[in-house]
Design a protein around this ligand. Structure first.
Ligand code: HEM
Length: 227
């Protein structure tokens, strides 16, 4: 099939799955900002998103999006390396001028995936997972404090009281920023919106979007540290 066998088709799949994940990020960041405004409102949103089968279906679609994006990233990276062969280590003047993030998308993406695994162990594993297992009971954390599976606000403050987690999230969000600044306009270029004027605009929009999203998440981390 053209979509999976040709390199253009594979790039298209990468782009569409990437744009889907970008939409999730915008929603997820906005949802998390609610925690800064009101713990009760945030927990109400968490309760709504975590305890019904529509939310579980959404999680499954999201997981499929992450899987497809990552699997095709590996395929395209291997394909590019094979195509370049011995040239892989030779750096031309032209390559030097290419943005740093565009040359390091795979490494940045790998950091984002590792960060995501850590993040899911902090939140999802203590919220949706116990609810799915039918365990509505309070969760006992290492310091002896208890949180309900729907107490996202409590979990934010518990998680970010630990400075190691703050540092890990800052590293994760910086990698995400670089990944997004290149990934967003590159995806839009691949799907065909690539005339010269609009590419300049999309690069600017991508920088603004990545900055707003990453600062939004960062604000929640800082809030959790002081809350
Ligand atoms: C301060 C930063 C963040 C906070 C406080 C936060 C909070 C949360 C919470 C509370 C949940 C569990 C929701 C539930 O199970 O009911 C969750 C799930 C999740 N988060 Fe985050 N998040 C943050 C950043 C991020 C970032 C940067 C990403 C992606 C790069 C991300 C991706 C996810 C995913 C994929 C899930 C699973 C969603 C689902 O179950 O449908 N989060 N997050």
């Amino acid at each position: 099939m053209w979509l999976t066998s040709s390199s253009v088709g594979r790039k298209l799949i990468m782009s569409i799955s990437g744009l889907f994940l970008i939409m999730f990020l915008a929603f997820h960041m906005s949802m998390n900002l609610v925690a800064i405004v009101s713990s009760e409102a945030y927990n109400a949103v968490c309760g709504f998103l975590g305890s019904n089968w529509y939310a579980v279906a959404g999680t499954a679609v999201l997981a499929a999006g992450v899987f497809v994006h990552f699997a095709y990233a590996i395929m395209l990276t291997l394909q590019n390396r094979k195509a370049r062969g011995e040239q892989r280590y030779a750096v031309s003047e032209n390559q030097k001028s290419v943005e740093w993030s565009s040359q390091n998308m795979f490494v940045l993406g790998a950091i984002v995936i590792i960060g995501l695994a850590i993040h899911l162990s902090h939140f999802w594993a203590h919220m949706m997972l116990p609810e799915l297992a039918g365990n509505e009971e309070l969760l006992l954390t290492a310091d002896g404090t208890t949180y309900a599976a729907t107490d996202g606000a409590g979990l934010i403050s518990y998680t970010f009281k630990n400075p190691i987690n703050v540092v890990l999230y800052v590293i994760w969000l910086v990698a995400l920023w670089f990944h997004l600044t290149h990934g967003m306009w590159s995806a839009i270029q691949t799907i065909g919106w690539n005339n010269k004027i609009w590419m300049c605009r999309w690069k600017l929009i991508s920088n603004i979007f990545a900055t707003v999203v990453c600062f939004g998440f960062m604000a929640v981390v800082v809030y959790g540290y002081f809350a």
